[in-house]
Design a protein around this ligand. Structure first.
Ligand code: COA
Length: 207
């Protein structure tokens, strides 16, 4: 059942980070009261970004899709959001999520960052946070599918240590990363400083 976990038990996963350009953002787990923010976020994406994320040129957001996006159980299905505060209003600027596949311990990754906030390090920060969380949930492998035209995601995946391979039958790139394999010094170093984005508060990020 969605959101059956006590949200306050996830407080240690709420953290503040700084984007490459110095904006302070909050990275936190998706909450049950985020539905309207999630809808506003998806609707705010350019057609290109939405297509890259959802693989379909959506003209409107169907209810079943938003239900699916809000359906996290904090174990098999998890989402982290990056938010900014505009006065009293909290807005999503990025979302990264995983959903466990029918193979135990293997989950599929999805990520999107608002167009105006891309290339600020937010996608990297969200995925790194998601990876830390996934490991604690016993997820040992993350995979994802990427459209061939999506050079941004292919470059980001490579930078975060995913292997990237072309699947001609599907005309898609498959990205894949083991989570319990010790990271190379190089990747670990990149994760700490990637894109100039950084942590500004103690919390779960960075470890
Ligand atoms: C792919 C996406 C999530 C990247 O998020 P982001 O926050 O912009 O990425 P980051 O700023 O963390 O980028 C980290 C690194 O990834 C690579 N990268 C990111 N965007 C890139 C681009 N447009 N072109 C080339 N490399 C890119 C770079 O190596 C970058 O580091 P650098 O800026 O220091 O060179 C974002 O472009 C997006 O939301 N796209 C639309 C939705 C989508 O494609 N989702 C993925 C579906 S699987």
């Amino acid at each position: 059942m969605p959101f059956s976990v006590d949200i306050s038990s996830l407080d240690r996963w709420v953290t503040q980070v700084r984007s490459r350009w110095g904006s302070v953002l909050c990275i936190r787990p998706l909450r049950p009261d985020d539905r309207e923010r999630e809808i506003a976020f998806i609707n705010s994406l350019s057609e290109r970004s939405r297509y890259f994320r959802l693989f379909t040129p959506l003209k409107f957001l169907p209810r079943h899709l938003i239900d699916q996006l809000m359906d996290v159980d904090y174990r098999e299905r998890m989402a982290f959001v990056a938010t900014t505060q505009l006065g009293d209003i909290e807005q999503f600027v990025g979302v990264a999520r995983y959903g466990e596949t029918d193979q135990a311990g293997i989950a599929e990754l999805g990520v999107s960052v608002a167009d105006a906030w891309q290339r600020c390090g937010i996608g990297s920060l969200l995925i790194q946070q998601l990876i830390r969380y996934a490991r604690e949930q016993g997820i040992h492998h993350l995979t994802g599918q990427v459209l061939p035209a999506n050079q941004a995601m292919i470059a980001l995946a490579r930078r975060l240590g995913f292997t990237v391979s072309y699947e001609p039958a599907q005309h898609l790139f498959e990205i894949s990363r083991e989570l319990d394999v010790p990271q190379s010094t190089q990747i670990a170093a990149q994760e700490g400083v990637l894109s100039g984005a950084s942590s500004v508060a103690n919390g779960a990020y960075p470890p």
